[in-house]
Design a protein around this ligand. Sequence first.
Ligand SMILES: *Cc1c(COP(=O)(O)O)cnc(C)c1O
Length: 356
Amino acid sequence: MSLISQQNLTVIKKETSRVNDVDFSNLTFGKEFTDHMFECDYKDGTWLEPTIRPFGPLTISPGAKVFHYGQAVFEGMKAYKDDQGKVWMFRPHENIKRMNRSSKRLAIPEFPPEIFLEALNTILRMDSEWIKPGFGNSLYIRPFVIATQSGVAASESTEYKFMILLSPAQAYYKGEVRVVIAEHYSRAADGGVGAAKAAGNYGAQFYPTNLAKEKGFQQVIWTDSNEHKYLEEAGTMNVFFRINDTLITAPTSDRILDGVTRKSVIALAERNGIKAEVRKITIDELLAASNEGSLMEIFGAGTAAVISPVTAFSYKDQVRQLPQLEDSFAMRFKNELMGIQYNKAEDPFGWRYEVH
Ligand SMILES: *Cc1c(COP(=O)(O)O)cnc(C)c1O
């Protein structure tokens, strides 16, 4: 292994890459990791020795607070390669800012944005062979922070580990997405951590999602925790409804994550002259639109799947189908977003970021 000290980062390079051992035509999402990972520890009030080193296991005390109190946050972003071999990210500053907002809510110290960005640039350069060109291929980027101080006293940790992992991904196609509208369980509550990308939000979703799966559905549309009246998110994605030609999505709140894909879709809608309303939408409004035939589409929006059209939804054990459209808003937004992400289309918003 060779040790190279860069501006701020220490880089320990893996001698031989594993990239040729991986079958890129048959990837399971999130299973395979690249040659390197980024790691930086927080101790005595500062982040110390940011380091990129070969991907491998960690040694952490079983007393680490993350195992006992779930003090952990994460992010999800992607890198793309264009036909000239240039590598791009999509609005990375948004994720960097959001990670620190999440951290703040979980009493985790914020991570310096400039080191975050330098770490992303450096590790993506080092592992760029793992990013395959072609529409749909990408490198999923998983930054996260965990509380590493050993001790089961119920208070926030004084030590943390910030990491970035990279995982090659193919187009995320889940097939048909049928959803159940939540009547009992909630993803998030007012005053809670729903607006943060807290690890525990996901842990709490698995059980109600499994109940939906047992009934033949793939995801849950989460409703507000107070009355189960308002439609808020779809699985781990923000959710959009199209009634006639108007797009509706709920405003962000304590319970709704401020998704980068969500705000990009709203901006694209406005540019395309599509009316986009950011307001609360009730189950009653959805059912009424479905009854009168004006409910055209429901789709989820998030980094992993980009846009994920819903084909049917269930409420109080009644299943309703969505119409199958030739030219859906969902596909239009997906193509426009991917065109920008893969450097195939103009980027009037300045969303693309070239890795250097
Ligand atoms: C990550 C996430 C999203 C999507 O956010 P993007 O920035 O678009 O990837 C939406 N909802 C929840 C609950 C999430 O955790």
